[in-house]
Design a protein around this ligand. Sequence first.
Ligand SMILES: Nc1ncnc2c1ncn2[C@@H]1O[C@H](COP(=O)(O)OP(=O)(O)O)[C@@H](O)[C@H]1O
Ligand SMILES: [Mg+2]
Length: 370
Amino acid sequence: MTERKLRVLLLFGGRSSEHSVSCVTAAGVMHAIDRERFEIVPVGITRDGGWTLLDEDPEGWALNTGKLPEISSVDHPVHLSTDAQKTSLLSYSDSAVADLGEIDVVFPLLHGPFGEDGSIQGMLEMAGVSYVGSGIAASAMGMDKHYMKVVFEGAGFNVGPYEVITNKQWLRDSEAAMKRCDNLQYPLFVKPARAGSSVGITKVDDPSELRAAIEIARAEDPKVIIEQGIVGREIECGVLEGRGSGPSRASLPGEIAVADNLHTFYDFEAKYVDGAAAELSCPANLSDEATLEIRELAVKAFDAIDAEGLSRVDFFYTPEGDWIINEINTMPGFTPSSMYPQMWAKTGIEYRELIDELIALATERNIGLR
Ligand SMILES: Nc1ncnc2c1ncn2[C@@H]1O[C@H](COP(=O)(O)OP(=O)(O)O)[C@@H](O)[C@H]1O
Ligand SMILES: [Mg+2]
């Protein structure tokens, strides 16, 4: 008797501003995943949170220049049963509910709030189903640029100077909140605390621009972080959880160099639209010693938030040779050409194998407290 294939639910799109990026990732995974071993169940989430069963053909989700893919309508409504005894995908049409079968693993290819921030992870925990990537707390910390700094500082990392303005502080007294930023040296980077893909981030060169930049960030997230600009090379490293009780593994580091005549920093356009704007190189041109340092620091950051599965850890490497941690991404860009898969390919793990490995890690570990 042949064993049935593992049923992997690919969840993508979603409610965050990184909806389209997530669709591109799903296309990449659907292309590469080993269909001999895995049966895939593609489920898209619209921008307003509707769940729909999709076609297995990934072509519609690829990135065509000038047009970002989108899941715009719910044609086949589905839900995941949150009964922890048996996790099935249920389809709804009018009043009839049909059981589309049990799901073995969920691969949340979602970025940003409601995807990478612990909320979907909480739902999957309730459903009692295995899933790829970090659990609730690590996802939440990895999403929040404030709390991740608190944890990283506690673990002994260098983090740059920053201020946080919560929604209440802003509404109570925005002048006083901005006054706190006087301690920071310009240029500043004003960011939504919980977003990604550079959405809502403004580089501010002069105090007169600060309020407008905070309003832009607040449109994404009412909690805002204001960071002092750091001079340094942008170097990042992929981390993959160890199998069994083995140690977390770090990839070779990569570097992002932004053509600064086109973009003043690594903004959304430079990331996804304007291919010529940023150069990704891996392995980064670093001394053996510096390479070793960043690989160790990346694993230390992964372990500091108790991440699982995968993460990309981003640093600034200063001219003095110091490493300042910028952020951890618990669901980094995961298209075949994204930095995380590229760094692993250079380290000896190809995209398809990386997907296998992540699914294996998810199925091997328990859910709930672990
Ligand atoms: N404190 C900083 N100093 C210098 N550049 C920064 C700073 N913070 C962010 N940047 C630039 O902005 C980009 C996006 O910021 P980041 O914090 O990584 O947000 P996201 O989660 O959207 O990727 C970085 O890749 C970098 O180019
Ligand atoms: Mg980033």
